[in-house]
Design a protein around this ligand. Structure first.
Ligand code: SF4
Length: 286
């Protein structure tokens, strides 16, 4: 019998013992696995109007505490499904490589969230398994406007050496990518660059801009015969988070899997999730 929570570093972490619902079925799991998000700091070179990175900068990353927590999780026979490094822009953080090096010993999936505007440090990138790279539009000028930055094409080309690890991620917004045709153009664009899959996210309604630009993912209707929907409900209670999986057959006949996700209630503790932020464990994203 799996306990409804585990205690790590004196913090209660809620545990779900069933998978997401896919095609009306959810499966019970026998082992506990957790995901860890490591919030390094809020430093960023971009100025996205929808940014939710809180502005509490951490001066020093506590490596000992971080490793002790990872060790405690492993010693209790829990699996660390993935460890995600996020920010801000993690590539600006001087502690990134050392923190990743430690994390790599405790998980099979090391993930980096980045906006892709910084020249990648090969040492770091070689360690990671998945790179979630924010690309919010297939038109480069519009994408630059969203970030408030100019893309250096040499830097972007350098990233293409890692295209098998990169998942382009796009925030859905009323003024930008917001309907089936835009999504198809986006998928054909990332296919032309050699990326293999994509992710789309609904906005978090955290300020006036995001409230104005918000679109409900349920209002995006897919009629194109080259898109197949694989019905998935991310959590049994639909007003907490929703997530649909799809496959698209591109114009050049590649199959591009993609998902669209939106979190409805950001304060709800969905479980199996640990945030390491300000050298503390927090049991839900906030
Ligand atoms: S790139 Fe990410 S962290 Fe940086 S401003 Fe944009 S949303 Fe915020």
């Amino acid at each position: 019998m799996i306990k409804p929570y585990i205690i790590i570093d004196n913090t209660k972490i809620k545990i779900n013992n069933s998978t997401c619902i896919i095609n009306n079925k959810s499966t019970k799991v026998n082992n506990i696995s957790v995901n860890i998000s490591v919030y390094l700091d809020s430093l960023c070179n971009a100025k996205c109007k929808f940014c939710c990175a809180t502005k509490d900068y951490i001066a020093d990353f506590n490596f000992n505490k971080f490793e002790n927590i990872l060790r405690e999780i492993k010693n209790n026979s829990y699996t660390i499904n993935r460890i995600i490094f996020t920010g801000g822009e993690p590539l600006l953080n001087k502690n990134l490589f050392n923190a990743m090096y430690i994390a790599k010993q405790y998980t099979n999936e090391l993930v980096l969230n980045t906006n892709g505007f910084i020249y990648p440090n090969n040492k770091c990138i070689d360690l990671v398994d998945v790179i979630n790279m924010s690309i919010h539009h297939y038109d480069n000028n519009i994408n630059n406007d969203i970030f408030g930055l100019n893309k250096d094409i040499n830097i972007f080309n350098k990233w293409l050496d890692y295209k098998n690890k990169i998942i382009p991620t796009c925030v859905l917004m009323k003024s930008y990518i917001n309907k089936e045709d835009d999504i198809i153009n986006y998928l054909d664009y990332i296919d032309s660059k050699g990326f293999k899959k994509a992710a789309f996210y609904g906005l978090m309604r955290i300020n006036d801009y995001t409230k104005d630009e918000y679109i409900d993912i349920n209002n995006i209707k897919f009629n194109n015969k080259y898109i197949i929907n694989n019905k998935r409900i991310c959590y049994p209670i639909k007003n907490i988070c929703q997530c649909n999986n799809y496959c698209y057959t591109s114009k050049i006949n590649n199959i591009i899997p993609f998902y669209i996700r939106q979190v409805i209630n950001h304060n709800y503790d969905k479980g199996n999730f640990i945030l390491f932020k300000n050298n503390q464990i927090i049991s839900k994203f906030k």
